[in-house]
Write a protein that binds this ligand. Structure first.
Ligand code: GLV
Ligand code: MN
Ligand code: MN
Length: 429
């Protein structure tokens, strides 16, 4: 009771029947799911983790393997104009069940983020009884393209195309090598102009996503399953501060217009902003300095800013607050600043009815489950604006994610897939 009360205060979550003494670990049979997770990890896998960014060879090979695996278990496979992969059973009508997640990764990522949702759904679908499967009509698992947005800052690209968002403004986005998104897609045989053809959310009646928690809450509570109630809003910005490249030894300190000094101050102040207020996170995850010489005053500093808030009012203010900080620092450092919005995804509260169904399904498997919000973005936050949506979380060891050290116990992976299967069964009952 004590740890539950603490966690409820710290994370603003509601704990439902968390039985810390009586965990079902050990009674969960392992399935082919874990072997499949290992196989998938080989695509783009290296000593430092797994890297499968959008439109890369590694992601393409992973998608091909996924389709091969799907065909191997007797399911239909298809792709859409956004590069999303679907594995499932076709059917008619508009009330199909969509499951899904993503197969792309961050640089040097782990083997569970996204992969568990796709492969767990594949096995959940296989586990459905024939009667349930027939009632489902159309049922599929989607491996959405470019959830992470690593290469072009185009987070949740595939799911946004799937719900019919207008993505026209992304056509000219460039990666670090100067390749545009349009060119990267063309290299894989996709035409940016045909993205509109990916809009298909109306064919489905609900969406369910299994995912690792990517945080410490479940593990600390001794919970085996999380029932996700909501997702934070995400705002991504590309910032460029420009000063003047000059000689590092001859330019007096007070006359320098050092772009990196401005960037460094911004990093510190954004961190302070988020530290001072519960419910806000801020991250500068990439930085590039030009011309990049040890004896040259930095003339240009480019960096990304990712800020998040769960509360809609707090989220609405983030853009202005960040820009105010950047402009003030630029003014004080004699720099110019240019800010480009990369992505903006509003916070989302999941469908209350479907969340209840997930909770009941989780409780069929274990009493060690709890409700919690997600601090990570997911395709569910895009699809969930159009059809009833809910998510199942399983614990991440040590709360580590977006890292090669990401780990979720095989028994928990399996349990997540079973909760998903039970949820589908209830939805179709
Ligand atoms: C997706 O993984 C995100 O939360 O950035
Ligand atoms: Mn991720
Ligand atoms: Mn993910």
């Amino acid at each position: 009771v004590c740890i539950c009360a603490l966690l409820e205060r710290q994370y603003d979550v509601r704990l439902a029947g968390v039985a810390t003494e009586d965990r079902p670990a050990g009674r969960v049979p392992l399935s082919e799911l874990n072997t499949d997770l290992e196989t998938l990890a080989e695509f783009g896998g290296g000593v430092a983790g797994i890297t499968r960014v959008a439109w890369s060879d590694a992601l393409d090979s992973a998608n091909r393997w996924l389709m091969h695996r799907g065909r191997g278990v007797g399911l239909d496979v298809s792709t859409d104009p956004a590069g999303n992969v679907f594995v499932g059973r076709p059917g008619s009508g508009t009330q199909g069940v969509l499951l899904g997640s993503h197969v792309d990764t961050v640089p040097n990522g782990g083997r569970y983020d996204g992969a568990l949702g796709v492969l767990g759904a594949l096995h959940a679908m296989r586990a459905l009884g024939d009667d349930v499967a027939k009632r489902a009509g159309r049922i599929a698992v989607a491996a959405f393209m470019d959830e992470e947005g690593t290469r072009f800052g185009t987070d949740l690209f595939g799911s946004r195309a799937f719900v019919g968002d207008d993505l026209t403004e992304l056509a000219g986005r460039v990666d670090r090598e100067g390749v545009t998104l349009t060119e990267a897609m063309a290299e894989r045989g996709y035409a940016f102009a045909e993205l509109g053809g990916a809009a298909a959310v109306t064919e489905y009646g609900c969406y369910l996503e299994l995912h690792i928690e990517q945080g410490p809450v479940l593990e600390e509570a001794g919970a085996d399953v999380g029932i996700v109630t909501a997702i934070v809003g995400l705002l991504g910005l590309q910032v460029e501060m420009t000063g003047e490249a000059n000689h590092a030894g001859t330019t007096p300190m007070h006359l320098r217009r050092d772009a990196l000094a401005g960037g460094a101050r911004a990093i510190g102040e954004l961190r302070d902003l988020a530290l001072a207020e519960a419910g806000i996170t801020a991250n500068v995850g990439t930085i590039l300095v030009e011309p990049g010489g040890k004896n040259v005053v930095p003339g240009v500093c480019r960096f990304t800013v990712d800020v998040r808030a769960a509360n809609p009012e707090a989220f609405a203010q983030l853009d202005h607050r960040v820009r105010t900080i950047l402009l003030r620092i630029a003014g004080e450092e004699g720099l110019t600043v240019n800010v480009e919005e990369l992505y903006r995804l509003e916070p989302l509260t999941f469908d209350a009815g479907l969340v209840d169904v997930v909770e009941a399904s989780a409780m069929d498997e274990t009493t060690a489950c709890m409700r919690l919000p997600s601090g990570a973005g997911h395709d569910a936050m895009v699809v969930g604006r159009h059809i009833p949506t809910a998510m199942v979380f399983v614990p991440s060891r040590g709360g580590i994610s977006h890292s090669p050290f990401e780990y979720t116990e095989p028994a928990h992976c399996d349990l997540g897939a079973r909760v998903l299967a039970r949820t589908i069964g209830r939805v179709l009952a």
